[in-house]
Design a protein around this ligand. Structure first.
Ligand code: SF4
Length: 345
């Protein structure tokens, strides 16, 4: 399926030397089309945890390797901690959350971790996503254990010190915990946002004009509609008067809004809405039998009997037949390379 989206120029992204990670970076998608994604290093099988072990997640790596280049990072090793080492934990000190060595309050690594995140944010500026190890006081995205100064558990509502600081530096970056990505729709949603950011980086690397911003948004209209009909209208209005505002500010607001809107999971109703909108373009082209055939496919998809790829491919064949450029370039056809493989599972 040729969507026009994946004509990316080649970029030599840095891939960290990890024998196990390297095994997964080859796969169905050519390397130049794989988005660079950072990952907690213990997840790729490197024994960097405090106890000298790893958290090798073979199932996730098998799924991911088809789509992304992995860039493993261990912030605790990066700040100079050894392997093995004493474990650390989040500690509430007055109103602030610190990260300290378990059982030794004098070893406080908060500032070092935050400084490491700031330093990493510069070299990770090209990265389009980050997959983190759940529960870690450094990398965990949510539900991290927090303790009081006496070592008693307060709650499990914390966020790793490193990842919290990194997210502040790179607010566009899609970040997700590894355990969440075992859920296929969640992985699909994460990859959609990763490749949207990848596309944005590629599209804006030479600067951005008002015309280019409109052209970028034109390609995302139906993907946005499928995820979030309300945001589709709000973002459309945001771009309606580019002459009156600072373009860089609008572009920044735009990509933030787009990525936030795409975080909303798609539902069959939203996808069916897109199918019917697109069918409207072919009203005059489709024969009566084709109308009926497509309506049956759309109804069957909405009822949960067939995957989205069936009605989507049916329409895409008509797009190819008519050569409609506006429709052909829509990222909705394939939000990331080989999206059908995952979305049909
Ligand atoms: S969770 Fe993060 S800090 Fe801990 S071992 Fe894994 S990569 Fe290193």
């Amino acid at each position: 399926m040729n969507t026009g989206k994946f004509s990316f120029t080649h970029q030599n992204y840095f891939i960290a030397a990890s024998k196990r990670a390297d095994k997964w970076i080859r796969g169905l998608t050519p390397l130049a089309m794989k988005a660079p994604v950072a990952i907690s290093q213990c997840l790729v099988g490197d024994p960097v945890r405090y106890n000298g072990k790893d958290k090798y997640d073979q199932e996730l790596l098998l799924s991911l390797g088809k789509y992304v280049q992995l860039h493993p990072i261990c912030p605790e090793v990066a700040i100079g901690l050894g392997v093995p080492r004493n474990p650390i934990q989040l500690v509430k000190v007055q109103q602030a959350i610190r990260v300290r060595e378990v059982g030794d309050a004098s070893v406080d690594l908060t500032s070092q971790m935050q400084a490491q995140a700031v330093a990493d944010s510069a070299r990770l500026a090209h990265v389009c996503g980050y997959i983190v190890m759940q529960g870690s006081p450094s990398c965990g995205l949510h539900d991290v254990k927090r303790f009081d100064e006496q070592g008693l558990l307060l709650d499990e509502a914390g966020q790793g010190i490193y990842i919290a600081a990194l997210k502040q530096q790179l607010p566009l970056l899609p970040v997700e915990a590894a355990d969440v990505l075992h859920n296929k729709p969640q992985l699909d949603n994460f990859l959609t946002r990763v490749f949207t950011l990848f596309d944005w980086q590629q599209s804006t690397q030479g600067g951005l004009s008002a015309k280019q911003l409109i052209a970028f948004h034109s390609r995302y209209k139906y993907l946005l509609m499928a995820h979030n009909a309300h945001a589709y209208r709000v973002i459309g209005k945001m771009l309606s008067n580019l002459a009156s505002d600072d373009l860089a500010q609008i572009a920044n607001r735009y990509i933030q809004s787009l990525l936030a809107a795409l975080q909303k999971p798609t539902v069959r109703g939203g996808q069916t809405n897109v199918l019917l909108h697109l069918k409207g373009y072919f009203r005059a082209v489709l024969t009566l039998d084709e109308h009926k055939e497509f309506d049956a496919l759309a109804a069957s998809y909405q009822a949960g009997n067939i995957p989205l790829s069936k009605p989507r491919c049916y329409l895409h064949e008509r797009v190819e037949r008519t050569g409609d450029n506006y429709l052909g370039q829509q990222t909705w056809w394939q939000p990331y390379p080989n999206a059908d493989l995952l979305q049909d599972e």
